[in-house]
Design a protein around this ligand. Structure first.
Ligand SMILES: *[C@@H]1O[C@H](CO)[C@@H](O)[C@H](O)[C@H]1NC(C)=O
Ligand SMILES: *[C@@H]1O[C@H](CO)[C@@H](O)[C@H](O)[C@H]1NC(C)=O
Ligand SMILES: *[C@@H]1O[C@H](CO)[C@@H](O)[C@H](O)[C@H]1NC(C)=O
Ligand SMILES: *[C@@H]1O[C@H](CO)[C@@H](O)[C@H](O)[C@H]1NC(C)=O
Ligand SMILES: *[C@@H]1O[C@H](CO)[C@@H](O)[C@H](O)[C@H]1NC(C)=O
Ligand SMILES: *[C@@H]1O[C@H](CO)[C@@H](O)[C@H](O)[C@H]1NC(C)=O
Length: 342
């Protein structure tokens, strides 16, 4: 059932994987001879005839996709254009569309192509020249990757009917906080959102409460709104490294929520350690301007069941040394096996 488990190749897949940066598939050339119903530019393995591999062959356009194809691999070509009609025989059957590493611009995606795909589950469109997201009408979309494009807007409502969308990665674009406000309303099952390497001045708002992972490294965020995390009750991992966070931008207790397991605030401008919850296990604060070790940031109260679950704490590249830790720290930081000061 799972399209990548081609038995013939089980052993070779892991070797092939390291050459390809982000998803798990193997090059078509390793998949044996083509089945009968295949575009001549591409390969469709006989033992896996619903997949068409057209990757890495200097294509300048998307070839016509024959009836029966569900998984289409077009990455690493020179494609600038998607012409009308190429998907006409697969509009309600195509499930995976991989377009990574091409040169596609919005203007050259004809009407009657992606906007007709009603069953698409995965759209991989990274490393292209998109300035706006292109979203298929499919309600079954579960994974969207548009990393390394030139997205400067993400209109509100584009994802409003994507009830199964769980994973969005739009890192390395040119998105601002204004341009994404309202973008993430709708996907009620969203689990993971990566908006790193953009131009955000604050964390994205209006995100479904199902989110477990939020990465916003390398933006221009200088604070986090009071109560921001209480709207994300199952968030486990939050990364805001390489931003402009200052103490004044963090209301008291803003990170003190029980769901968080990992919090990365490294490479910012914090001068004190923010209050965290007892349940947090990994806290990264390296490369800030922290100049005091306040045990109250970790434990307000110490008792048999009241102590910090912190395991890893990084404080290197701050204005603080091991000597700054109070003597009674070990009562609170009972599980901290790894505290780095330098
Ligand atoms: C598309 O479908 C039509 C009608 O079923 C068929 O005649 C044609 O050969 C198909 N084209 C491709 C490329 O599969
Ligand atoms: C796509 O962007 C790259 C890098 O910015 C640029 O070199 C290339 O000319 C662009 N291609 C098109 C078709 O816009
Ligand atoms: C969403 O996913 C569930 C479980 O895989 C599936 O049964 C349902 O049909 C999907 N919804 C849509 C609109 O595809
Ligand atoms: C975090 O919040 C809890 C519950 O409100 C509170 O008891 C605890 O003292 C707070 N922890 C810190 C370090 O402020
Ligand atoms: C002690 O820990 C328990 C469980 O984590 C918590 O419910 C309680 O509020 C804590 N007490 C104090 C005084 O922080
Ligand atoms: C670093 O800490 C020392 C001792 O606490 C203090 O005198 C000094 O001003 C601090 N330097 C900076 C840049 O905060």
């Amino acid at each position: 059932m799972f399209p990548l488990r081609v038995p013939l190749l089980a052993v070779m897949v892991s070797m092939a994987l390291c050459q390809y940066y982000d998803y798990d598939y193997q090059p078509g050339s390793m998949l044996g001879p083509s089945g009968p119903n295949c575009n001549q530019e591409c390969d469709c393995p006989v033992n896996f005839p619903s997949a068409m591999y057209c990757d890495s062959r200097k294509l300048r356009f998307v070839p016509i996709v024959p009836t029966g194809i569900k998984y289409l691999y077009l990455q690493n070509n020179l494609i600038e254009e998607i012409k009308a009609g190429v998907f006409d025989n697969v509009t309600d059957t195509l499930r995976w569309l991989v377009l990574d590493q091409n040169q596609i611009t919005n203007a050259k995606v004809a009407k009657g192509t992606i906007d007709k795909l009603t069953s698409l589950e995965k759209l991989f469109f990274s490393n292209n020249n998109l300035t706006e997201p292109i979203i298929p009408p499919s309600k079954a979309l579960d994974e969207l990757k548009m990393m390394n494009n030139k997205l400067s807007k993400f209109p509100s409502g584009l994802l409003s009917d994507k009830e199964n969308l769980t994973y969005i990665n739009i890192q390395h674009n040119e998105l601002t906080s204004e341009s994404i406000s309202g973008a993430f309303k709708g996907p009620k099952k969203l689990v993971s959102l990566d908006v790193s390497h953009n131009k955000l001045k604050k964390l994205p708002v209006g995100i479904p409460g199902t989110l477990e992972i939020l990465y916003a490294d390398y933006n221009e965020i200088d604070g986090v709104g009071a109560g921001y995390l209480s709207k994300l009750p199952v968030l486990q991992s939050l990364r805001i490294s390489h931003n402009k966070l200052v103490d004044g931008g963090l209301p008291a207790g803003v990170f003190n929520v029980t769901s968080l397991v990992e919090l990365d605030l490294s490479f910012n401008k914090l001068q004190s350690i923010p209050e965290i919850n007892e349940q947090l296990e990994n806290l990264y604060l390296q490369a800030n301007e922290i100049n005091k070790f306040d045990l109250g940031s970790f434990c307000k109260f110490i008792g048999p069941i009241n102590f910090s679950r912190l395991k890893h704490l990084r404080l290197d590249a701050n204005n603080i040394t091991h000597n700054s830790m109070p003597h009674d720290s070990s009562n609170c930081l009972r599980q901290a096996s790894n505290i780095m000061f330098e």
